[in-house]
Design a protein around this ligand. Sequence first.
Ligand code: F6P
Length: 541
Amino acid sequence: MQAIIEQLKTSVANTSATDIRAAFAADSNRFEHFSARFDDLLMDYSKSAVNKDIMALLQSLCEKAGVAEKREAMFTGEEINFTEGRAVLHTALRNRANTPVLVDGKDVMPDVNAVLAAMSDFAEGIRAGKITGSTGQQITDVVNIGIGGSDLGPAMATLALAPFHDGPRLHFVSNVDGAHIADTLARLEPETTLFIVASKTFTTIETMTNAATARRFIASMLGEDAVGQHFAAVSTALDKVKAFGIASDRVFGFWDWVGGRYSIWSAIGLPLMIAVGADNFAAFLTGAHAMDNHFRHAPFLENLPMLLGALGYYNRNVLDYATRAVLPYDQRLSRFPAYLQQLDMESNGKGVTIDGTPVKGNSGPVVWGEPGTNGQHAFYQLIHQGTSVIPAEFMIAAKGFEPELRHQHDLLIANCLAQSAALMKGRTLEEAKGQLQKAGMDAAKIDHIAPHRVFTGNRPSITFVYEQLTPFALGRLIALYEHRVFVEGVLFGINSFDQWGVELGKELATGLLPVVEGKAGTDGQDASTAGLVQVLSSLAR
Ligand code: F6P
């Protein structure tokens, strides 16, 4: 692999690959040459710093790294998450073909289908008012209590599918900060509220603490006996759920081969299903399944996750760009960047390769973003003129769900396309001077002002276009990004499916709680931590 990476670096150094503006001038068919399409989903990467040779090298890199073989190992249930001794089979959760998927010789599909059927019965029962609260009133509000993968997926997707939301209102409580649950409970009537405690492990301190607060809320307002009818749970740890006191017919399981950040397709999707209904949830799974098949079978230059992963790797490790911005021109995808932060950074923020040696070069980039057009009036200044190059990923639907506001959608599209064009084209000093001359500025002032109006251009971006953000399209989009993370993980040579990096902070927090509570002294703490504890406790008095 190293030889190909060196070839890529040489190619970048010796060709004008990074002069994207010149590449467009030289090839009027660049859009056709560097875009790929899967049904209505178009990926335009013509504004990336690539040429045909570089794409061929990236294809060789993927072949050399064994992406296709590792992809099959994932889809067929091999224990690729070897540090936790687990298969990685979120794809089985959306395996609409229902073909057998074996883990340790056992087909997991019957269990997957059984949980999906139980979820559907429960969700439709809540939506139809057949399953009520303890006083017989219809459930009007559902509160999902979970964090990380047990929160971000359903929270992001519920917002994304707002036009399909015809079930009870949904609320998401994640932060251990009591303000989060207090502000949520303040808006709710206990009689008509259902809490879903969502935790893969059922040990996460934030979720367990918030669940206990919610339990007290119901018990104090409606009595201890009412608790059962106002709670449901989603977990892999069924024994722990039982100990919490949630009745078994309200517990929806999943399995250790589903990573938290890949769990939206499992029972963790229950709040989404309650919001949009079982049929729309099925369409969401179908969209992801379509992307799975595409990823598994499409040739490299037509394979969207392969291309996205290869380009992500290239931007990070050949061009050395440390971050990437995800910029949905879709207000309903406003939580998508946050969702991708967990998906991408928890998966690929690793320092050692699968053989335990340090990663050569870099692993995953910082992922961040906000929806357009809002970001344009905030941080785009830095993307256009700052000293760091930040590859951008734009996404936009051809149509919204507000035909009466078509003009606003056209404005949205115009802005999205303008941004990627501006990043690519930039504005030279000559062009800046010419504009100022036209505006009638005197020559001395032009020399002074023009440099500030220069844009270097040649700033890479990828644009995704899709027809409309339906459940199917959302499922397909999320699966696309999941597989891009997979491809990059293989190229980095890491295990994308564990997350040991979150453990140390958790351990230290557990040790610090008695110190913060004043039950233990600050002996043994570093001077900064001890000093901060003392100041906080004196200010709290
Ligand atoms: O701390 C990180 C993490 O383990 C994530 O990977 C996970 O999505 C989140 O915490 C929540 O975990 P759980 O679903 O077990 O409560």
